[in-house]
Ligand binder design. Structure first.
Ligand SMILES: Nc1nc2c(ncn2[C@@H]2O[C@H](COP(=O)(O)OP(=O)(O)OP(=O)(O)O)[C@@H](O)[C@H]2O)c(=O)[nH]1
Ligand SMILES: [Mg+2]
Length: 270
């Protein structure tokens, strides 16, 4: 049985930085194998064990097929999908049975929300006996108001519905959040409060839509977020414990204390 995190989320949400921190953290405890699935990635500050860029290069695709960056990316991923058995299976064969893989994915959200490439990729991993968890990163800087937050939730939901994987949602870049009380409310959003805030913020004709959105968040009570501050090892550990629970990795995965206390003045970034 293998274990895998599929690190996803909008462009610039901090996926590669998170993967890099996991690499540093994994160094100390001797796990994680890092895999780059982004054909457009430029450089990594840690060793990548398996790299899609060795299989297909976005620059070549754009040049030879005359595609733009996003069309080129879709082409690369579809090419990967067609060759999963040739490329990925061969690469995975060199790994050990209980390896823990971290896949750094491209930020183009359409790859998860409405093309089947990643879904098929996940199914391939599952057939190879991997327990896979989606790790969705949302930049905490973008949830300063409720309308941005709800659109972040909807993007996360559409990924969940597409991939049908257990998913841990992370609010990244917590070191940049000045007042953590503003964020606490968004970690486990109350649908009723969400609704009244949306109604306050938007024109009256949106009320029905707002109600439908709040109901959706309520129904998928899985839309909750775990804050991540990469400066703190305890925060990384807590996030990992949530992921490990999803993929049933390790026995001592339960870290009971969340590393975020809104009443602790030391917990505010300055
Ligand atoms: N302050 C702060 N900045 C961060 C953090 N994580 C990422 N960043 C910055 O955010 C920017 C984007 O980070 P990346 O890790 O490249 O984001 P990504 O999601 O991999 O981006 P794409 O692969 O382009 O979709 C970079 O400038 C990072 O330095 C964080 O925890 N704190
Ligand atoms: Mg990246």
């Amino acid at each position: 049985m293998g274990y895998a995190q599929l690190v996803i989320g909008p462009a610039g949400s901090g996926k590669s930085t998170y993967c890099s921190s996991l690499y540093q953290y994994g160094q100390t405890i001797g796990w994680t194998i890092h895999i780059n699935l982004d054909p457009a990635a430029v450089n990594f500050d840690y060793p990548v064990a398996i790299d899609i860029r060795e299989f297909i290069s976005l620059d070549d695709v754009m040049e030879e097929l005359g595609l733009g960056p996003n069309g080129g990316l879709i082409y690369c991923m579809e090419h990967l999908e067609e060759n999963l058995d040739d490329w990925l299976t061969e690469e995975l064969e060199n790994l050990l049975d209980d390896d823990y893989l971290v896949f750094d994915c491209p930020g183009q959200i359409e790859l998860f929300s409405h093309v089947p490439v990643l879904k098929n990729f996940v199914e391939h991993l599952q057939r190879k006996n991997f327990n896979v968890c989606g790790v969705y990163l949302l930049d905490s800087q973008f949830i300063s108001d409720v309308t941005k937050f709800i659109s972040g939730c909807m993007a996360s939901l559409s990924v969940m519905v597409q991939l049908e994987l257990p998913q841990v949602n992370i609010l990244s870049k917590m070191d940049l959040v000045k007042n953590k009380r503003d964020i606490e409310y968004y970690l486990n959003p109350e649908p009723q409060i969400l609704l009244s805030e949306l109604n306050l913020r938007m024109a009256p004709q949106s009320e029905k839509l707002n109600k439908a959105l709040a109901d959706l968040v309520d129904e998928y009570s899985t839309v909750s977020f775990v804050p991540l501050d990469l400066r703190k090892e305890s925060s990384i550990r807590y996030v990992l414990s949530q992921i490990d629970n999803c993929i049933q990795y390790g026995e001592d995965a339960d870290v009971k204390v969340k590393d975020f206390d809104p009443d602790d003045p030391d917990d505010d970034a300055d």
